[in-house]
Design a binder for this molecule. Structure first.
Ligand code: ADP
Ligand code: ADP
Length: 228
């Protein structure tokens, strides 16, 4: 059975904008799915509803067959990465990654060990004590990914995470994200408006269209493999 089932979900904002219309989508465990479409087609809105950061106007979202607890949120089995890494500027990389563990009262020593392990996994071994201002845009994004994965969530939701980065950094991060997914096998949902990125990264592409915020196609592509 799917990890997440989206059933006939629509979202209409208070100002009348119908951002998502009648979406049906199953997310399987371990899949790497891209949500592809032009700006304004409702990708973020759909992702935020899957995350429980917003509620559908109509329809349901089920997790492992159980109704979502909606915007009450705080799912430990979910990691979210935004385009802006939003790190705490006064805390070093290690403390930034430790945050979700600290909030769950994981003992400090264990939290530090787990955070250091995640930083190593995203390629930042040796940068534990660096502050966000000392890191490049790509490295800040790596810290943000480590923070999203430190609770070992079943699913990692990413909202155009690399869109603000230069092309070369972006390409490296795409490669490293793929390696990480290959190794860790979380379910990945990657929102992008780049056809290239969606084909390069994912096993499955879900295409949305600007009006009416609908899923227009949902198809499998060749399974990606780690590239050196
Ligand atoms: P995408 O992520 O594909 O760029 P969004 O989900 O951000 O698209 O937006 C879908 C549509 O909903 C757009 O027309 C956008 O302007 C509108 N929208 C997004 N958030 C809000 C909001 N809080 N209130 C009103 N309209 C919104
Ligand atoms: P990224 O692709 O992670 O954004 P950048 O190309 O912006 O990295 O790198 C900025 C600087 O930091 C470069 O000098 C790069 O060699 C260095 N750097 C980036 N990641 C690492 C790493 N994991 N270990 C050592 N140096 C790194």
């Amino acid at each position: 059975s799917p990890l997440v089932s989206v059933r006939r979900v629509s979202k209409q904002f208070a100002n009348g904008t119908l951002a998502v219309r009648d979406v049906d989508l199953d997310l399987g465990a371990g899949e790497f799915i891209s949500l592809l479409g032009p700006s304004g087609c409702g990708k973020s809105t759909l992702l935020r509803m899957i995350a429980g950061l917003a509620n559908p106007s109509t329809g349901t979202i089920e997790w492992n067959g159980a109704a979502s607890d909606g915007a009450s949120g705080g799912r430990p089995d979910l990691g979210f990465v935004f385009q802006d890494p939003t790190l705490m500027p006064w805390a070093n990389a290690l403390s930034n990654v430790m945050l979700p563990l600290t909030l769950k009262h994981v003992p400090k020593r264990e939290a530090a060990e787990r955070a250091a392990e995640m930083l190593a996994l995203v390629g930042l071994k040796g940068f534990e004590k660096s502050y966000p201002r000392e890191l490049s845009g790509g490295m800040k994004m790596r810290v943000s990914i480590a923070r999203a994965l430190v609770m070992r969530p079943k699913i990692l939701l990413m909202d155009e995470p690399f869109a603000a980065l230069d092309e070369i950094t972006r390409h490296r991060l795409n490669d490293d994200l793929l390696q990480l997914w290959w190794k860790e096998r979380f379910t990945a949902v990657f929102v992008t408006h780049s056809v290239f990125e969606s084909v390069y990264l994912s096993q499955r592409i879900v295409v949305m269209a600007a009006r009416p915020g609908r899923v227009m196609a949902d198809f499998a592509v060749d399974a990606p493999y780690p590239r050196d």
